[in-house]
Design a protein around this ligand. Structure first.
Ligand code: GLV
Ligand code: MN
Ligand code: MN
Length: 408
């Protein structure tokens, strides 16, 4: 089959806009934390679009939603998709673009009256962000078989409620079993970093995703009077938290390469101006493209925590929230993205992904790949996240070609 199909950009942009209205926050961003009422409204909207042109929808027990279009033959589908949950201060493209562009590509194929040999499917996976419930990529992790369903359902979020009760509450505790065989998976996503824009490129052919290590640290010291307690008698959990933040920046700088380290959430108790904090809780996000280096960073952090606990006279407990090794995408999928982008006249480069993605979970069960498009100013997890319509169109058309090729 030869195709000169192209996606309908106004329809895709219209849906991006409509979905961004759900949970809209000032500045043009979106707050649709996983399994909240806003997430439910977004899910209902996207499922409605899927249903409207005849996709057969299944919802599995972890709330992943899959829209299927049969092929000429039965068998495992060629799948695309991403997530529609966001961080609390998210943009409108992260994840949403991949889902809506996948929908757009399949609708374009349907509008043209084509039936591919293999079935096509578009999915949105539950709780990719991990901002409310850890680990991130939870739905695709369960789908792939790496995280037991019961464990995922029992996860308690930042507000003390569980995944299971929220799935039931919003009506997305589905009946379908988690997981199915998939022929191949391709995800369009915004880069969320500065590389494509800086280099004047339109398409990234993603070769790998860096490893992720998340831990939560709880520090217990002694609350005491800020005016009367001499420094030598302090067991200051707040000071210890600050020392950890500082240590991590130094560590990442000293290790160099692709090592990054972030403390994104901190809580002090009692959190008062004239009381030495007796309690602190913080999260650590470490990432590296190299597994050995990532392990080295973890070892050095834990060695520092031991030292700090004894010098400040505090205890530091840790709880593992997520740990994923770096992932390599199937070389034939990377080459395919690169070739199709080139054929369509786009400047393309191979690159690693700094962010985690559902495609890295699917890569464990089938050939998987990703298409990146530029993020203006490299901004993401920020309300100002933006990708220009021309780049959205380019990425969605690369996705469309990928799906057509893979499904034949
Ligand atoms: C998840 O999207 C992450 O990379 O933090
Ligand atoms: Mn994402
Ligand atoms: Mn994200």
């Amino acid at each position: 089959m030869k195709h000169h199909l192209t996606i309908n950009l106004p329809r895709l942009l219209g849906r991006l806009e409509a979905l961004a209205e759900v949970g809209a926050i000032p500045g043009g961003g979106v707050c649709r934390l996983a399994l909240t009422d806003e997430d439910k409204a977004g899910r209902d909207m996207v499922s409605g679009w899927m249903r409207a042109f005849g996709l057969k929808i299944t919802v599995d027990a972890i709330g992943n939603v899959i829209g299927l279009r049969p092929g000429r033959k039965e068998g495992p589908p060629v799948m695309t998709g991403s997530h529609i949950d966001t961080v609390r201060t998210g943009g409108r493209y992260d994840g949403n673009l991949g889902v809506l562009a996948g929908l757009e590509a399949i609708e374009t194929i349907a509008d043209a009256g084509l039936t591919t040999r293999r079935p096509l499917a578009v999915a949105f996976f539950t709780n990719e962000e991990g901002a409310r419930f850890a680990p991130d990529m939870m739905g695709s992790f369960v789908f792939q078989g790496g995280l037991p369903l019961e464990e995922a359902l029992a996860t308690t979020g930042i507000d003390g409620t569980t995944v299971a009760e929220n799935l039931r509450r919003i009506g997305y505790a589905g009946e379908a079993p988690c997981g199915r065989s998939v022929h191949s998976f391709v995800e369009l996503h915004v880069e969320q970093g500065p590389v494509l824009e800086t280099e004047g490129m339109t398409i990234g052919a993603v070769e790998s995703v860096q490893g992720i290590s998340w831990v939560e640290l709880t520090i217990s010291g002694t609350s005491n009077h800020a005016g009367t307690t001499p420094l030598r008698l302090r067991h200051d959990a707040g000071f210890a938290a600050g020392a950890i933040i500082h240590f991590l920046r130094d560590l990442a700088r000293e290790m160099g390469g692709n090592q990054v380290a972030t403390v994104g959430a901190v809580e002090f108790g009692p959190n008062l101006i004239n009381v030495i904090p007796g309690h602190a809780k913080l999260t650590v996000d470490l990432r590296n493209t190299d597994e050995a280096q990532l392990q080295r960073a973890e070892e050095r952090l834990f060695a520092f925590l031991d030292q700090l606990a004894s010098s400040e006279g505090v205890t530091i407990e840790h709880r593992r929230l997520a740990r994923f090794e770096p992932v390599l995408f199937a070389p034939e999928m990377v080459a395919r993205v690169e070739r199709i982008a080139g054929d369509l006249g786009h400047a393309v480069r191979r690159m690693p992904s700094g962010a985690g993605h559902d495609a890295q979970m699917l890569a464990r069960i089938c050939p998987a790949g990703m298409i990146f498009v530029p993020s203006v100013g490299g901004l993401s997890h920020n309300v100002k996240e933006y990708t220009a319509p021309a780049d959205i169109e380019a990425g969605a058309n690369v996705l469309l070609r990928m799906l057509l090729e893979l499904a034949e």
